[in-house]
Write a protein that binds this ligand. Structure first.
Ligand code: ADP
Ligand code: MG
Length: 244
């Protein structure tokens, strides 16, 4: 691709004690691109996302955001404005209202005026289907609604990239669909996304490229068609678990 990558993950390796959990991970993310990361539990998916967002250090390799290393070329608070993250759970401040959750970072980190932040937050809450719920306390919402607040919060910083780490794994099955639909809307906004998920149909629909991680390496990478039709044994075994 001619255009420079927004994020470039170059040969990242990481050990926890004696355990090497990342063994030379490399991939690029271009503007607007959606990448899904699949793989069994323990394969290093969360760790690579956490390395990108500087929540975790790494032993070898380099991660560049806009051509500069994330761990030295950018101030951490600025990096976090550009790279949002949505976790499995514990994303929202339960003691705050829905609106307070969404305006908190724009007002306190980005120094946007409260008035402006509220206008944007209301638009985002509409997008995630929580119009009219601005004053509800986050702790009184369902898991799916809380996760939609978390997505609105991430979007409120106008990030270039959002990293999603199994955003629906902690939800009751009947709440998964509403959150996936909101992520589809976010995707349509043009933000770049990396999504770790076990929702195979969703990954296939939403992504431009899929990465299959196994035991700390990228075992398969390609378009959704290439990856789902892969002859890689571990990939086939993994996908088999979702077909019965
Ligand atoms: P995944 O998200 O693919 O399930 P993780 O990236 O969470 O995998 O973890 C990869 C491996 O690293 C696992 O074996 C996990 O137990 C280990 N691990 C993750 N975080 C830590 C940590 N803070 N300390 C020690 N081991 C860890
Ligand atoms: Mg994980």
């Amino acid at each position: 691709m001619a255009e420079e990558a927004i994020l470039s993950v170059k040969n990242i390796s990481k050990c926890f004690g004696d355990l090497e959990v990342l063994k030379g991970i490399s991939f690029d993310i271009h503007k607007g691109e959606k990448i899904a990361i699949l793989g069994p539990s323990g394969s290093g998916k969360s760790t690579i996302l956490r390395c990108i967002n500087q929540l975790e250090t790494y032993d070898r390799g380099e991660i560049d955001y806009m051509g500069k290393p994330v761990n030295s070329g950018h101030a951490l608070h600025e990096l976090r404005q550009h790279i949002g993250m949505v976790f499995q759970r514990f994303n929202v401040f339960t003691h705050m209202s829905v609106l307070q959750n969404v305006i908190e970072a724009p007002v306190h980190v980005k120094k946007v005026s409260k008035q402006e932040a509220v206008v944007q937050a209301k638009e985002l809450l509409k997008m995630v289907g929580l119009e009219g719920r601005e004053d509800a306390m986050a702790k009184n919402l369902s898991g799916g609604q809380q996760q939609r607040v978390a997505i609105a919060r991430a979007m409120a910083m106008n990030p270039e990239v959002i990293l999603f780490d199994e955003p629906t794994s902690a939800l009751d099955p009947e709440l998964v669909g509403e959150v996936l639909n909101v992520i589809r809307k976010v995707a349509a906004e043009g933000v770049s996304m990396v999504i770790v998920t076990h929702e195979m149909n969703f990954a296939r629909d939403i992504s431009d490229r899929i990465i299959f991680m196994d035991k700390g390496v990228i075992a398969v990478e390609g378009t959704p068609e290439e990856v789902f039709d892969s002859s890689n044994e571990r990939m086939k075994e993994f996908l088999g678990k979702f077909n019965d």
